[in-house]
Design a protein around this ligand. Structure first.
Ligand code: HAM
Length: 421
């Protein structure tokens, strides 16, 4: 026997049972995005490696060790997208989207790829949906973006178990001030810091704030806060965002240690976390990125966005409201006599065309097995096509819930079922 081929580590098969939950979530997302006037964008799954190196940042974990990169026949280095903000911005610039309207509100959904150590809620292929608003520098845009994700959580009925953590990293001037303030505070303890944090001390000291190493955590507990280093404009922007969230009754917690693992952020940054998850508790992360469009060769255009991990979000939904798998099948057609296979196919074709969800047996099984199959699928009705009834243009329609049955003409089957479901 040949060996079975196994799936790659850290990726998932989404099977039909689970796919129903995915579809339900996708329905909510599409609906809320439309309500907030966001248009869908579908950029490619791979891009030039350079896009992520420049966009996400050479020193980030994503770019330095997690990318799936390969060389194509033209010898260019390409990368399976680890995230979609850089791709959306590339597309915005390349397609001159700013000409369509000064603020572009875009949303997306699709698989992302990162070579991380797999664990519950952390995969190598995972799905995100996300949104980017490109064009407005104002705090109401930050507030609208956060309200957008909050509306999705409300629709899913899970706002209670989720916390919005928010912080500001200010503009580049504020960050430069904070960087040296933090370095000054940490310098006397440099040799006590973890190896990674010692390396980041020069390259990206802000990332030391979210180190998981206990020794680093102890040291940063009393570190100076970035919000005390914001210049007047950055401070005013941040305070207005908070005020606007309050006006919409969106609860938040200010988290002075919140920094994000991608280099493009300026001003507002945020994460939604859930206590229904373990170590990988972030279900959404995002923030403002006012310099990215310019850095990728576009105009001086401010932007803000977020992305949410679908697998993680579904773990929360599942933990809070265990899924009851309801059947969507309206009708199962049972064929009494194999000589009636062709009219049976015609009938089911016609009913499906009229909008019913129908199924039938294609293994030519016994009547009893067909009945068992209809039951297993949880069909609401069965229609039995027998030789006698067929002559009269009828099937025997049985309602599985009430047990009632009646002979119904072919043409009345759809109306009869639609009355009921
Ligand atoms: P991120 O924080 O890297 O941000 O990812 C956003 C979300 O994707 C996370 O909060 C988590 O729910 C999910 N996620 C990330 N990595 C994994 C993984 N390995 N397995 C499962 N889920 C994962 C971004 O990607 C930014 N592009 C967000 C953004 C948009 N910022 C501005 N605009």
């Amino acid at each position: 026997m040949p060996d079975k081929v196994q799936r790659v580590k850290g990726v998932n098969d989404i099977l039909p049972g689970e796919a129903k939950q995915w579809q339900a979530l996708e329905g909510v997302v599409k609906n809320v995005m439309t309500r907030f006037a966001f248009g869908e964008i579908r950029p490619p799954i791979f891009e030039k490696t350079e896009l992520f190196a420049r966009g996400v940042g050479e020193d980030t974990d994503i770019v330095s060790k997690e990318m799936y990169s390969f060389t194509d026949m033209g010898q260019s280095s390409l990368t399976l997208r680890p995230e979609l903000t850089a791709g959306v911005v590339r597309s915005y610039i390349q397609n001159n989207l700013q000409q369509l309207s000064p603020v572009q509100k875009l949303w997306y959904e699709g698989p992302m790829f990162r070579q991380e150590r797999p664990q519950k809620g952390r995969y190598r292929q995972f799905w995100q949906f996300g949104a980017e608003a490109i064009g407005s520098p104002n705090p109401e845009q930050d507030a609208e973006m956060i309200a957008l994700f909050y509306a999705i959580l409300s629709e899913l009925g899970i706002t209670e178990s989720v916390t919005l953590k928010i912080n500001s990293v200010g503009d580049s001037e504020s960050r430069a001030t904070y960087r040296s303030t933090l370095q000054e505070y940490l310098r006397p303890h440099l040799s006590a810091l973890s190896e990674t944090s010692q390396r980041r001390f020069e390259t990206n000291p802000l990332r030391i704030l979210d180190s998981k190493a206990p020794i680093d955590r102890e040291l940063v507990k009393d570190a100076p806060k970035i919000r005390d280093c914001l210049n007047a404009a950055s401070d005013a922007h941040y305070k207005q965002v908070l005020r606007m969230l309050e006006s919409m009754e969106i609860p938040y917690v200010q988290d002075d240690l919140l920094v994000r693992g991608l280099d493009y952020y300026t001003h507002t940054i945020f994460e939604f976390t859930s206590d229904a998850l373990g170590a990988q508790d972030a279900i959404c992360g995002g923030g403002r990125y006012n310099d990215l469009v310019k850095e990728l060769g576009g105009g001086d255009v401010p932007a803000i966005g977020w992305a949410s991990g679908i697998e993680r979000l579904l773990l929360v939904v599942e933990a809070l409201k265990p899924h009851v798998a309801g059947s969507e099948l309206d009708l199962f057609l049972i064929v009494e006599d194999d000589a009636l296979r062709i009219p049976a196919l015609q009938l089911i074709h016609q009913w499906r065309g009229a909008g019913l969800s129908c199924d039938m047996d294609t293994l030519r099984r016994s009547l009893k097995s067909q009945m068992r199959e209809a039951n297993r699928q949880g069909s609401k009705f069965v229609a039995i096509l027998g030789a006698e009834a067929f002559k009269n243009g009828k099937v025997l329609l049985k309602d599985f819930d009430s047990g009632e049955q009646e002979a119904v003409t072919f043409n009345n089957v759809v109306t009869r079922i639609q009355q009921d479901v």
